[in-house]
Write a protein that binds this ligand. Structure first.
Ligand code: DGJ
Length: 729
């Protein structure tokens, strides 16, 4: 048992291997937050809430001026009855009021973890992996039931939270805000970590001291976005990769989100996370329910590295699903940067033939194979083969590739429509749009209205037809513009602000159906690169194209930042040609290889244009990746040197039994007066003796970790070092 309930005092203690989370129903039936942090055996109330008369803070009970919701640490704060901080939810009623009042009604706890209807979430395979507590809150006047669900993965030190609203009353309710979680901290001694970026510059790590007021990251772009990730961590000043407290929050959602932290005048800190209330509302008719997405909360005292490994293990084992969850992922070659839209079947076969020779396992045909698509201006939505480019059809091309002994994969951008397409001509109202206003284009395209069932049905059929028409075992699912003119012609005026969330529910439904119908197809999501690299997408598609920036030096930061939350096995990483197409940089082939090998490895170039020597190097890279692939994809990842703080980057992968190690070190610019470089391993067994596979040298695990390795500098920019160690028996 891991959820301890004191029925007399209504104290709920969620206790995992190393952490504790404690709540209590307090005076008046309000649910207060008491503690989240290092595990304790038994909670006996040593940190009783100190009630203070804060002068201007309102009091629900007029006889007690010290009791105020304005200062009470709470679990799911309401708006309108005394708490002036950020509320968790807000509901407009038929009389126009947005004041509500949630009080404790009951609770239940059980082994296991429930599924969230229509939404992605982490899961269990057996009920003993997690225990769940549901706290049922009620607004009696409205007949509103709000169920706060907490699932505790005891062995993983993870708590997930989500909320369900049920209208059991007789009047309509309009949700204006419905966040997934709120956590109050008694102090403000934290720094805030978030991930920001842009297309081709995803997942930069940002860290700042929190100050009074609200600090927020969010997206109102209709996608989780490359601009900000649905992730936030509070850390202590001294927290680093290996030590220190971390409180992390990651939303399992791919649409508009908010993640905010608020410091109030009494120096308490409130974290709130969930669907972005901006331009959101949801009408709940009597009898209806609304489910929020899940937030995954991690606490550790062992620094950011430990936080990441907790997320990595949970996400690779209990968020990703399907055939490929536990299967080695194929090394692929994608023709995008090799040909862009301009290719023929023969050219593709030539690249595939070369690819087979160097050991690549999967050929991916990118954009341009359908409709009359020769540039970004047409044909999205017309998922029929482009017979000008592929006169013998897709089946023929796929077979030509498969006959070489490789698998065949294909690109789609299902959520979009081009104005120049048969789909748009026959259904001009199937895109997101607002009556009487002109369309706002992005990459020349419009977003389909996935809040409409018939649009989802069309896409499911179109994808099914193509996937059944040829031996296709991989899909790259792209999405290349954000939402504008958000509105649906299928929704009544008072539901227009539901469109963006209904879109996500539609998208999740399509992905659920397609991935279930084609269980042997490996799906990789993409959004101009890592623009929708989030936990929601990973539930359906176990890997994501990390960035359209394939430059190895840019990728040091992009992959390092992405690894803060998402596991390396989920990160598509390819070697591309030089000068690099995004930044023009020329980097050595081995550096490009070692950077890409830190993820789900592949190539994105025209192999027919490489010299024999380069092809030989590529062959060696592929052979090496095949040897280390189990370690990279299923081992533990350790960040060692941050490219955000220095001219270098280093990371390593260690097998679960600690017998195998891969270590990579990169130097950006060659510097004449730099100090001697030393790299210290992490996560090894100090008792083991490790053998350098290349040189045969023997070192103790303790020596590699504490003393470290030195190595001479190369007089060159963008260099890399790579070591492999195995336990010496
Ligand atoms: C954007 C993706 O990120 C690229 O990799 C490529 O698939 C293009 N779209 C194709 O249009």
């Amino acid at each position: 048992m891991s959820i301890y309930i004191d029925d007399e005092h209504l104290i709920f203690h969620l206790k995992s291997k190393k952490t504790s989370y404690v709540m209590q129903v307090t005076k008046g039936g309000y649910l207060s937050h008491l503690y989240w942090g290092k595990g304790i055996k038994t909670y006996r109330g040593s940190n009783q809430i100190i009630y203070i008369d804060r002068v201007f803070s309102p009091n629900p009970d007029s006889s007690d001026r010290t009791f105020s919701l304005d200062t009470l640490p709470q679990e799911y704060p309401a708006y309108g009855n005394g708490d002036f901080r950020v509320p968790s939810y807000q509901i407009q009623q038929e009389n126009g009021s947005t004041v509500t009042d949630l009080r404790y009604k009951g609770h239940r706890s059980y082994r296991g973890k429930p599924k969230l209807k229509g939404l992605p979430s982490t899961y269990v395979e057996t009920d003993n992996e997690a225990e769940t507590l549901e706290l049922i809150m009620e607004d009696k006047l409205l007949g509103l039931i709000v169920t706060l669900t907490y699932s505790l993965y005891e062995e993983r030190d993870v708590i997930t939270r989500s909320v369900q609203f049920e209208n059991q009353g007789t009047q309509k309710m309009k949700l204006l805000r419905a966040l997934s979680a709120s956590v109050d901290f008694l102090d403000d001694e934290y720094e805030l970590m978030t991930l920001y970026g842009a297309a081709q510059n995803e997942k930069n790590i940002e860290r700042r001291k929190i100050v009074s007021g609200i600090q927020m990251v969010d997206s109102c772009r209709g996608a989780s976005s490359p601009q900000q990730a649905p992730f936030m961590a509070l850390v202590k000043k001294e927290t680093n990769e290996d030590h220190g407290e971390v409180y992390a929050f990651n939303l399992v959602y791919s649409g508009n989100f908010t993640a905010q932290v608020q410091v109030d005048p009494y120096r308490t800190t409130r974290v709130s996370i969930g669907i972005n209330p901006f331009d959101f509302s949801w009408l709940l008719e009597p009898g209806e329910a609304f489910q929020t997405p899940e937030v995954v909360m991690v606490y550790t005292t062992s620094g950011l590295g430990d936080m990441s490994r907790i997320y990595h293990e949970l996400y690779s084992q209990r968020l990703c699903r399907g055939t490929y969850r536990d299967t080695l992922r194929p090394i692929l070659i994608n023709n995008w940067e090799a040909t862009y839209f301009d290719f023929t079947a023969d050219q593709i076969e030539k690249i595939a033939t070369e690819a087979k020779e160097v050991g690549i396992e999967l050929f991916v045909l990118d954009d341009g194979w359908f409709g009359e698509r020769n540039d970004s201006k047409s044909s999205l939505g017309d998922w029929v083969v482009n017979t000008q480019k592929l006169p013998q059809g897709l089946f023929d091309l796929a077979n030509r590739v498969c006959n070489l002994g490789m698998a065949f994969g294909i690109w789609f951008e299902p959520e979009m429509v081009s104005i120049n397409s048969d789909l748009y001509r026959s259904h001009p109202d199937w895109c997101l749009h607002v009556p009487d206003r002109p369309h706002t284009l992005g990459r020349n395209q419009l977003v389909l209205d996935l809040s409409r069932q018939e649009v989802c049905d069309y896409l499911i059929q179109a994808l099914t037809d193509i996937l059944s028409s040829a031996p296709i075992t991989y899909v790259k699912w792209d999405m290349n513009r954000h939402m504008t003119d958000i509105g649906s012609s299928a929704l009544e005026p008072e539901r227009q602000r539901e469109t963006a969330h209904r879109y996500m529910l539609g998208l999740y439904k399509i992905m659920e159906e397609i991935t279930a119908a084609f269980p042997n197809v490996l799906f990789e999501s993409c959004s101009s690169g890592g623009g929708r690299f989030d936990a929601g997408m990973l539930y359906y598609m176990p890997q994501t194209w990390t960035s359209d920036n394939t430059d190895a030096i840019s990728r040091l930061k992009i992959q390092y930042g992405t690894s803060l939350v998402y596991p390396p096995i989920t990160m598509g990483a390819h070697v591309s040609s030089v000068p690099n197409h995004q930044v023009g940089r020329v980097t050595p082939l081995d550096t490009r290889g070692y950077v890409a090998m830190a993820g789900n490895f592949g190539y994105e170039l025209d192999l027919t244009k490489l010299t024999e020597q380069e092809k030989e190097s590529v062959k060696q890279q592929i052979a090496l990746y095949k040897e280390i692939r189990p370690l990279i994809q299923f081992g533990r990842f350790h960040r060692i040197v941050s490219p955000f703080d220095s001219n270098e980057a280093a990371w390593s992968f260690v097998s679960r039994d600690q017998t195998e190690v891969v270590l990579s070190y990169f130097t950006v610019l060659s510097q004449p007066a730099a100090p001697v470089q030393t790299v210290k391993c992490k996560g090894l067994n100090p008792e083991f003796i490790y053998k350098n596979i290349e040189t045969g040298e023997l070192f103790g695990g303790d020596e590699l970790m504490h003393v470290g390795l030195t190595f001479p500098r190369k007089k060159q920019d963008f260099t890399s070092r790579f070591w492999r160690f195995k336990k010496h028996e």
